[in-house]
Design a protein around this ligand. Structure first.
Ligand code: PMP
Length: 369
């Protein structure tokens, strides 16, 4: 029997702007030390695991019914969590979806789209331009300084010139770890009539004195702060992202969200997790300690890093970053080659993972600096 030849994507009537693209995704390799996707390596606390099964079992009893379409109870819990920082956030200001990627996609569906433009300060989270492309939104690269910080005046001038409909500010930034000053966010907001989305996926790892843009929300209905339970909460597998903004923004997102987009199991698991916020976030300080240990050790290996407020470190400089990436992989340590010449990104993990990384790097560095 002859096999039917496999159809190639090029034979399909695909949207022209998607032709030739490759799907986003870090390599999923079988490696002992996986330090490439900025996950929290710590397992869920026992006290949460004990109640999670019960919460899911309870939700399962009603799986014949659609979930709460507006996820009111979950949004109430998320608002309570965000209000812990001192700035009161109401449930009507919160929206949740399957990972902050879906939150960002819904934002672009509502505020971007055909004939509209998004701008973000690259290098930054590479999904921002990819989700822009997927929603038919044009993309413009914003400038950063050589040290990866944002020059507020220059950035505001660029925003005034480009007039984007959506401005992305990632703080702390992925892949550089760079936090953005609130004054910069304010200046960017004042420079545009479009939406300003502050992607704070890594906010909980920020060093003291690095405040969240949540405090800027009052009186700024075009400002959005997006967060996730994938990083500090250590629940990347749950797929739960959320945002805080003016209730009008939440109304706008209701126009583009799919009905019942958040399954009742997701809502139940997220609520169970939020009931154990303190236990979950107890690992944040441990991760930050490993991040700071990596930063402190790099100079003794003849390497340097970009100051990081996240759970990862951009380190270098290498003559050939990809060769250094491969040499680390040969030693069973997987980091991320984010495509910035001279630099690689490593996720801060457990002390044992940091040991393995620093040992491998000690072997690799002399030949690759
Ligand atoms: N924003 C940033 C800056 C990220 O780095 C990530 C994940 N790598 C996300 C958003 C998306 O995370 P999730 O969809 O898991 O919430």
């Amino acid at each position: 029997m002859t096999a039917t030849p496999r159809t190639s994507i090029d034979e399909l009537p695909l949207r022209p702007e998607l032709r030739g693209r490759t799907p986003y995704g870090a390599p999923q390799l079988q490696v002992t030390h996986r330090l490439n996707t900025n996950e929290n390596p710590h397992p869920l606390p026992a006290e949460l695991l004990a109640t999670l099964g019960e919460a899911l079992g309870h939700a399962a009893l009603e799986l014949n019914r659609y979930p709460d379409r507006d996820a009111v109870a979950l949004r109430t819990d998320l608002a309570a969590y965000l209000s812990r920082g001192g700035e009161r956030v109401e449930p009507a200001q919160v929206w949740a979806a399957n990972g902050s990627n879906e939150v960002l996609q819904q934002l672009l569906q509502a505020f971007g789209g055909a004939g509209r433009t998004a701008l973000g300060f690259t290098p930054s989270y590479s999904m921002h331009p990819i989700i822009s492309a997927g929603t038919g939104t044009a993309w413009v690269d914003g400038h950063r300084r050589e040290d990866f910080t944002i020059d507020a005046a220059q950035a505001a001038a660029q925003v005034r010139e480009v007039r984007p409909d959506v401005v992305f500010v990632t703080s702390p930034n992925n892949p550089t770890g760079t936090a953005v000053a609130l004054e910069t966010v304010e200046q960017l907001h004042d420079a545009t009539e479009g939406m300003v989305v502050v992607d704070e996926a890594y906010e909980e790892f920020a060093r003291t004195g690095t405040p969240s843009a949540l405090s800027l929300l009052p009186g700024r209905p075009r400002l959005v702060v997006s967060r996730t339970m994938s990083k500090a909460f250590g629940m990347a597998g749950l797929r739960l992202g959320y945002l805080a903004a003016d209730p009008a923004v939440v109304d706008a997102l209701q126009l583009v969200r799919l009905p019942y987009h958040l399954s009742s199991l997701t809502q139940a698991a997220a609520r169970a997790a939020l009931a154990h916020t303190d236990a979950l976030l107890a690992t944040v300080d441990a991760v930050k300690a490993q991040r700071d240990r990596i930063v402190a050790t790099l100079p003794s290996l003849g390497l340097t890093s970009v100051p990081s407020d996240a759970n990862f470190v951009l380190f270098g400089r290498f003559a050939d970053a990809h060769a250094a990436w491969q040499a680390l992989l040969d030693r069973d340590v997987l980091v991320r080659d984010v495509g910035i010449p001279g630099w690689l990104r490593v996720t801060a993990g457990t002390p044992a993972e940091t040991d393995a990384f620093l040992t491998a790097l000690g072997e690799v560095a002399p030949d690759h600096r």
